[in-house]
Design a protein around this ligand. Structure first.
Ligand SMILES: *Cc1c(COP(=O)(O)O)cnc(C)c1O
Length: 395
């Protein structure tokens, strides 16, 4: 039986490889942090993790996890509504609601699930979902599972959003759906303008803060803080897998009845396991740590400013960024791969992206900055970029 399919898959895989799109995984043999060691023994500086606040190996998160492991065990072996809810899960939901100034929060195994389970319980074929063209794959999939009519607007294009809102006026409910930070350019969604349009055209607003929570806004509360609309957005989704320790877990936070309905009807919540106690306990610790002091957010913002300024001084072409993502534009696909390979030789780990991950002729190196980076790390990366940039005649 398998023979015919095997041949088919082998041919497909070969085509992926020949197109240069085959994804190989680099094996890390240290904790996730700024300085990592890979299996070959090479030590590199990591500039491609979503570890924006450097919490992935933070001692306080590790000890909170160990304590929970001892006190509450390893796993829950249940979905939340049967017997998968401990005090830690409720405490984490409350902590997330306080952080984002929202009514209530529901946890998921991942933000992919939060987005996958968000739309179908709330919207029907009478409704409209108006979605940014560059939204994350999990939003795209979540929308597909729902019968509402889909309208797509060009990335962060408010004129196009307004056109789509006008077209969607005959539907019962409308919701504007956007990432907070777009992961390839590092730009933020213009939430002030989105909120104004939502008001004018009677729409709800949903923001996925996965790349922005912990990062954007003076105290890291995300784009709702940046645009001074804390507590005003109807639905926020986010992940514990990026700035907040990077383990696993997602959440939806927002209006009380919306969260209530998700607990009743959201399929990834009802039919998938509860997050482990240690992850819930460390999640609480991560949010507490951020609320006690603004040190990590301040350090991250200073690191981004420093890196971008130095790279611009060196005449690199940097996309305007409003986050911890810095896109160094090279435009040529092959050049982006060569550049990343040469940087790795210099001990700097970054990723080169090209079509179809980014538009054609828009190849780039994506640098992700972190509060875990020290000035010496940044200087080493900048020096390496300049060396490789000169060698490859980019600057
Ligand atoms: C990373 C990411 C997700 C997925 O988060 P997980 O918790 O890893 O599933 C969802 N949405 C956006 C915008 C992301 O960047």
């Amino acid at each position: 039986m398998y023979g015919k399919m095997q041949q088919h898959l082998q041919a497909e895989l070969k085509a992926i490889e020949e197109a240069g799109l085959y994804k190989n995984e680099r094996i890390i043999v240290t904790p996730q942090r700024a300085e990592i060691k890979v299996e070959s023994g090479q030590k590199v500086l990591n500039f491609c993790a979503n570890n924006y606040l450097g919490l992935s190996d933070h001692p306080r998160l590790i000890s909170a996890a160990k304590r929970a492991l001892d006190e509450r065990g390893y796993g829950m072996s249940s979905v939340r509504f049967i017997c998968g809810t401990q005090d830690y899960h409720k405490e984490l939901e409350k902590t997330i609601s306080d952080f984002f100034h929202t009514d209530d929060t529901i946890l998921y195994a991942a933000c992919f699930d939060a987005n996958g389970g968000l739309f179908e319980p709330l919207f029907t074929d009478e409704d409209a979902i108006i979605s940014d063209a560059l939204n994350h794959a999990s939003i795209i999939d979540g929308v597909r599972l729902c019968k509402a009519k889909l309208y797509r607007y060009a990335n962060a294009d408010m004129a196009d959003l307004e056109v789509k809102l006008k077209e969607a006026q005959t539907q019962r409910f409308r919701i504007i759906v956007t990432d907070g930070v777009f992961s390839m350019d590092g730009n933020v969604a213009p939430l002030d303008k989105i909120m104004a349009l939502a008001e004018k055209y009677d729409a709800l607003v949903m923001v996925d803060e996965s790349h922005s929570a912990g990062v954007v806004g003076d105290t890291g509360k995300g784009v709702t803080e940046q645009f001074d609309v804390l507590g005003q957005v109807d639905v926020i989704t986010g992940t514990l897998g990026k700035a907040f320790g990077g383990a696993i877990g997602g959440f939806t936070t927002g209006r009380r009845e919306i969260i209530d309905m998700l607990r009743q009807r959201s399929r990834p919540y009802l039919f998938s396991n509860s997050i482990p106690p240690m992850v819930a306990a460390s999640g609480v610790e991560a949010f507490h740590l951020l609320q006690e002091s603004n040190h990590l957010q301040d350090k991250l913002h200073a690191n981004v400013d420093y890196f971008v300024t130095k790279m611009k001084e060196a005449r690199f072409d940097i996309k305007p960024t409003q986050s911890a993502i810095c896109a160094v534009m090279l435009y040529d696909a092959k050049l982006s791969q060569q550049f990343a390979a040469d940087l790795l030789e210099e001990g700097i780990y970054v990723t080169g992206f090209y079509y179809p991950v980014v538009p054609k002729e828009q190849a780039r190196i994506r640098v992700q900055l972190s509060a875990g980076h020290e000035p010496a790390h940044l200087d080493k990366a900048i020096t390496a970029f300049i060396k490789v940039g000169k060698k490859l005649e980019v600057i």
